[in-house]
Write a protein that binds this ligand. Structure first.
Ligand code: PLP
Length: 397
């Protein structure tokens, strides 16, 4: 059995307590009450600096950020938005919410966008792209940006799970027109819920600020955007997707820990990957050249196993204390595209489906110590051994 509970989150830094206490004492929870220095405003300033972006807007979730990004691109109703076929259901949902149509493209066995398929589908009346860096796996941003720039198609980066990841030295989330991040509990920074978008595009951010709920002249509390705001005053609907000061108070003291978390997450991931690679039945896809990852979970493919064997492996791993999710085999999984029955039309993506049926997902929080990581790897290796031994007994005689 694995001693560590890999679902246990890292404690929130204790500095958060004094600030939360101050907020509770004063009741000052709404981001626009204070004249200046509200925790949400400070978070936006600090996050923009951290990412090297001109502007940041904190909102209620990454899904809200994706929705506002699409609205701020002023896409007409029924505009087609291209996304990878391997992502979280919230991504096509944000497109449906913005009254646009999600179009899916194939993803390879390495969980990254299949550039040939992406390029072919991009030719078919696409108005915008959301690149979802699923589980932090970065697709070829060089190829994607050059194809989209050539056609004048804006790129939104869904960097929900990619905070701290680099592509050729550039921060993921700052490569496209706008980048969206999540502070949901399973992400690198945990506030339970929350999201933030970054962009250098003043006009886009000004629209998103107003639509996020900066009604009347609350936009004045977002510095450096006066000219852009003047043109949008009273012209946009207010969706009220703001972040509360309490969330910002939980997030801000975690920002200085990001560097360490990214470093530890990478060390932990690569350690477990190396151990798992010793099995002929397990393959851990390598990152693309130029990608420096920031993982807090591990994904690997089961090689040459039948569906029954995959189910057996999951059961054996569970009995050894490690929860494995196979994206395509666990019931009602929100990352399997055939479960997105709210889409206007269902598409088949044979290559992505094949990957989802064999791709395993195991949480690997960055705070695990070496012995805990080894115990997880041992449990997985012993589970695959048990699965394949049973198989030999059943079929070998
Ligand atoms: C978590 C996640 C989201 C959704 O983030 P929320 O803040 O929960 O809305 C979107 N995309 C990806 C890739 C995610 O991992």
């Amino acid at each position: 059995m694995v001693a560590a509970d890999p679902h246990q989150a890292e404690p929130i830094p204790s500095e958060a307590r004094a600030e939360i206490d101050r907020l509770l004492q004063s009741g000052d929870l709404f981001r626009y009450t204070a004249e200046e220095g509200a925790p949400v405003s400070l978070l936006e300033k600090e996050f923009a600096e951290l990412m090297g972006a001109k502007y940041a807007l904190a909102v209620s979730s990454c899904s809200a950020a994706l929705f506002l990004a699409l609205k701020s691109l002023r896409l007409p109703r029924d505009a087609r938005v291209l996304i990878p076929g391997f992502t979280f259901a919230a991504v096509p949902s944000s497109i449906v919410h913005a009254e646009c149509i999600p179009v899916l493209c194939e993803v390879g066995p390495d969980y990254r966008i299949d550039i040939d398929d992406f390029s072919a589908r991009l030719q078919k009346d696409i108005s915008a792209v959301i690149v979802s860096h699923m589980r932090g796996h970065t697709s070829d941003m060089g190829a994607i940006m050059s194809l989209c720039n050539d056609m004048g198609i804006p790129v939104i980066e869904d960097a929900a799970h990619s905070l701290g990841t680099l592509w050729r030295g550039k921060k993921i989330g700052t490569i496209g027109r706008v980048g969206c991040f999540s502070f949901q509990s399973y992400k690198m920074i945990n506030a339970g819920e929350g999201g933030i978008m970054v962009s250098d595009d003043a006009d886009l951010i000004a629209q998103a600020v107003i639509m996020s709920g900066a009604y009347e002249h609350n936009w004045r509390k977002h510095a450096g955007l006066e000219a852009a705001f003047a043109c949008w005053q009273n012209r946009l609907p207010l969706y009220n997707l703001r972040m509360s000061n309490l969330s910002a108070a939980v997030i801000r003291p975690q920002l200085p820990h990001l560097k360490r978390r990214v470093r530890d997450g990478k060390i932990g991931h690569d350690h477990v990957a190396e151990l798992l690679e010793t099995s002929p039945w397990i393959s851990v896809p390598v990152p693309l050249e130029g990608e420096a990852r920031a993982p807090d979970s591990i994904q690997f493919n089961l090689v040459e196993l039948s569906d029954d064997q995959v189910h057996d492996f999951v059961a054996h791993a569970g009995a050894r204390g490690v929860k494995v999710q196979v994206f395509g085999l666990s019931k009602n999984n929100a990352r399997a595209f055939w479960n997105w029955q709210f889409l206007p039309h269902q598409e088949e993506l044979p290559q992505t489906r094949k990957m989802l049926m064999r791709a395993c997902d195991v949480r690997l929080p960055v705070h695990l110590i070496e012995a805990e990581r080894e115990a997880i790897a041992d449990a997985l290796l012993s589970a695959i051994e048990a699965t394949m031994n049973e198989n030999q007994k059943a079929y070998g005689t």
